[in-house]
Design a protein around this ligand. Structure first.
Ligand SMILES: *[C@@H]1O[C@H](CO)[C@@H](O)[C@H](O)[C@H]1NC(C)=O
Ligand SMILES: *[C@@H]1O[C@H](CO)[C@@H](O)[C@H](O)[C@H]1NC(C)=O
Ligand SMILES: *[C@@H]1O[C@H](CO)[C@@H](O)[C@H](O)[C@H]1NC(C)=O
Ligand SMILES: *[C@@H]1O[C@H](CO)[C@@H](O)[C@H](O)[C@H]1NC(C)=O
Length: 337
């Protein structure tokens, strides 16, 4: 095969053998897991013999494209640098680079090549696997009767085979709510049909409840069934508020004693205070009672006793505080005369 140029052929063979024989002398970092959108560090260490020097270090991607090349002098002289790649560490017997923002297509094996004098090039391979990250918006509150949307994101949609939402009630039982597959098949469980809808998307999924009910209060898990990385999930809880609609009433219960009630049914329980404009004609602090209802709401009644003349002089107001209200509700007792 080699014909008259036997010596050149032999030389080539020797070079090839030398490179493959010395490959074991470059140690790559064990395959790191990289996350989309984050940086990843990859590196190679070299074992050198005395009298050897590294003339140049090169990093190549899986398409054998040059990412980075430098001379390991002091200071280092970079002769080629692809966008998004940085030299992180260069020491006499190793090299570490950072891919600053990992993209899905960065998955694969990278080669580090040390041009060692006089031995010739030594190379190592290090591979990265790109994973996505799940992110769900945090806990939410919704107002009964209004819509609520839970959003969840997986930043590597191309690997998602199915999106599935589960609900875990306070009692701890978990049920499936709805799912959507890569092939476009869409399913909402019987008990949620017509009331709950799921977006037909894989990377960015939204579960919408049209008119929230108190029984929708639960923790919801979004699951991304990905290939080949398995299931990735995140979870957030939904609290359901029922806003108070306070009512006031008053009587003169006995001569010289006026009595006013302020009642509010809500979820969670409201806090009721009174505003009498600083007038001192109240008969002691208000008293409150709370009764939990079967539907998850609480009825709170606050009773205020006062001198009847108070109502003719000042505006007596019941003030209702509730976490679902931007500002407290006030209801005047006087206008109810
Ligand atoms: C490479 O060398 C550096 C420092 O010399 C060391 O910290 C690191 O653990 C080594 N890595 C491997 C994979 O041998
Ligand atoms: C969300 O709500 C759940 C249950 O109410 C609670 O256990 C969890 O700590 C909350 N998470 C955050 C981030 O507030
Ligand atoms: C106020 O509430 C109490 C107990 O809930 C009730 O006994 C009383 O009759 C009420 N008074 C008025 C003025 O509605
Ligand atoms: C209410 O306050 C006024 C003035 O501060 C005082 O004159 C009056 O006696 C007080 N009334 C009662 C019932 O404490």
């Amino acid at each position: 095969m080699c014909g008259p140029t036997v010596s050149l052929c032999l030389l080539l063979w020797m070079v090839v053998m030398r490179v493959s024989r010395t490959q074991g002398q470059v140690a790559a970092l064990t395959a790191p897991h990289a996350e989309v959108g984050r940086p990843v560090l990859i590196g190679c260490n070299l074992t050198m013999q005395t009298g050897e020097t590294v003339k140049q270090v090169r990093w190549l991607d899986r398409h054998k494209r040059l990412l980075l090349a430098y001379l390991p002098t002091v200071p280092v002289r970079v002769s080629h640098q692809a966008p998004g790649v940085q030299l992180t560490a260069s020491h006499s017997d190793g090299s570490h680079i950072t891919i600053t923002t990992v993209r899905p297509e960065d998955e694969g094996c990278y080669r580090c090549v040390f041009d060692v004098y006089p031995r010739g090039p030594l190379e190592g391979t290090t591979c990265i696997r790109v994973n996505g990250r799940v992110h769900m918006e945090g806990n939410q509150t919704a107002v009964s009767g209004k819509p609520a949307t839970l959003s969840c994101r997986y930043n590597l949609p191309e690997k998602v085979q199915q999106v599935l939402w589960r609900k875990t009630a306070e009692q701890g039982d978990t049920t499936t709510v709805a799912s959507f597959t890569k092939h476009g098949s869409h399913k909402t469980e019987e008990q949620y049909r017509g009331r709950v809808s799921l977006s037909r998307t894989l990377g960015d999924t939204r579960l919408t409840i049209q008119e929230v009910r108190t029984e929708d209060e639960a923790c919801y898990t979004c699951e991304f069934h990905t290939y080949p990385d398995g299931t990735r999930r995140d979870r957030a809880c939904l609290s359901v508020y029922v806003l108070p609609k306070p009512e006031v009433s008053h009587v003169t219960s006995s001569p010289g004693v006026g009595e006013a009630n302020c009642t509010a049914r809500s979820r969670p329980a409201a806090e009721i205070t009174w505003n009498v404009g600083g007038d001192n004609r109240t008969l002691g602090p208000p008293t409150a009672s709370a009764y939990e209802q079967g539907d998850g709401t609480t009825v709170v009644t606050s009773t205020l006793l006062f001198h009847p003349a108070l109502l003719s002089d000042v505006s007596v107001q019941c003030v209702v505080h509730h976490p679902g209200l931007e500002k407290p509700l006030t209801v005047s007792v006087n206008t109810n005369n």
